[in-house]
Design a binder for this molecule. Structure first.
Ligand SMILES: [Zn+2]
Length: 278
C-alpha cells in the first residue's frame, strides 16, 4: 500500500513537472544574460535579427538560389567570460548532465532509468564516441534529451591553439547534427578548463558554455553510496549535476542514479533541460 502511495505521488510530481515545463521553459535559462531564450517578438533586439524582425518581407530581396539551408548558419551569441554554473528561473528545478559518452555499455542503462521516471537530461558527448554509437544519439533525440558538445577527443583546451580548438568543436557539432538531427546549442569544456577562445568559438557556433554546480565525483569511482550522497546532499533549486556515462568503469554511476533519481523526484524536484532556441 505504501508503494502505491509513493507511485501516485511520483505520478503527480511528473504531471506537475510536465505542466511546469510547458509554462516555464522560457524562464529556465540562463544564469547571466538569459535574453537569448526569454525574448519575445516585441522585445528589442540587435543585429541582423532586428532588421529581419522590423522588415518581415526582407527575405524576398534575397536571391532564391538556396546556397545553404538556414539551419546551417548558427546564430551568434554574446561571448561570455564564464560558463553557466546553475539554472535560473525559480522553482525546484535541477538539470542532470552526463559527460564523455556515449558508451554502449553504460549509456543505455542511464537512458533506461531516465525513461522509467520520464526524466530528460543533457548529454555532453565527444565526437569520437558519437561516430561509434550513432544509434545512442538517435535514441537521445527520440526520448527528448538534449545533446551538448564536449569536443572530439576530450583534450585540455588550454593547451591547444585556436585552430585546434575550432576543429575539435566544429567536427563534434557536425557529428552531433548527423546522428542526433540538430546542431548542439551547449558546449562544455573538458575538465572544466575554459579559455577565451573556447567562449568565442562557442558563441560563433551558436553554443552557450555550461559548467556544473555539483560534481558527483563518479569519475573517481568513490563507491555508489558516496555518489548517491553527493547528489542528495547537493540537491537545491537551480543545481546542475555532473555525472559521467563513459571514460572509465561507470558501474557505480549506473547503480547510483537508480537510487538518487527517485529520491530527487520524491523530494519534489523537477528534472528539466534548457529550452531550445528557435
Ligand atoms: Zn569530460
Amino acid at each position: 500500500m505504501q508503494k502505491d502511495q509513493l507511485f501516485t505521488r511520483r505520478r503527480m510530481l511528473l504531471a506537475g513537472a510536465a505542466a511546469l515545463g510547458a509554462a516555464g521553459t522560457a524562464g529556465i535559462v540562463v544564469a547571466a544574460g538569459g535574453e537569448e531564450t526569454g525574448r519575445t517578438a516585441a522585445a528589442p533586439v540587435a543585429g541582423p535579427q532586428a532588421r529581419q524582425a522590423l522588415k518581415p518581407s526582407a527575405f524576398r530581396l534575397q536571391p532564391l538560389t538556396g546556397d545553404a539551408p538556414p539551419r546551417a548558419v548558427p546564430r551568434r551569441l554574446k561571448v561570455r567570460d564564464e560558463p553557466v554554473l546553475r539554472i535560473s528561473g525559480g522553482g525546484r528545478r535541477m538539470v542532470l548532465t552526463f559527460d564523455d559518452g556515449p558508451n554502449p555499455e553504460y549509456t543505455p542503462h542511464i537512458l533506461d532509468t531516465l525513461a522509467k521516471y520520464r526524466v530528460r537530461a543533457m548529454f555532453f558527448v565527444c565526437g569520437e564516441c558519437v561516430v561509434e554509437n550513432r544509434e545512442l544519439l538517435a535514441r537521445m533525440a527520440d526520448e527528448g534529451h538534449v545533446v551538448g558538445n564536449h569536443t572530439w577527443t576530450h583534450p585540455l583546451l588550454t593547451e591547444l591553439d585556436r585552430h585546434e580548438i575550432r576543429s575539435e568543436m566544429e567536427s563534434t557539432s557536425d557529428a552531433i547534427e548527423d546522428a542526433y538531427g540538430q546542431r548542439p546549442q551547449w558546449f562544455r569544456a573538458p575538465y572544466g578548463a575554459w579559455n577565451r577562445a573556447a567562449f568565442q568559438l562557442g558563441a560563433q557556433m551558436g553554443m552557450e558554455p555550461m559548467a556544473w554546480t555539483v560534481d558527483t565525483t563518479d569519475w573517481m569511482e568513490p563507491g555508489t553510496d558516496t555518489i548517491v550522497d553527493r547528489v542528495e546532499s547537493g540537491a537545491a533549486p537551480g543545481v546542475v549535476v555532473l555525472s559521467h556515462d563513459a571514460g572509465g568503469d561507470r558501474t557505480q554511476t549506473v547503480r547510483a542514479i537508480r537510487e538518487w533519481l527517485p529520491y530527487l523526484i520524491d523530494s519534489g524536484y523537477h528534472l528539466t533541460v534548457p529550452a531550445r532556441r528557435a
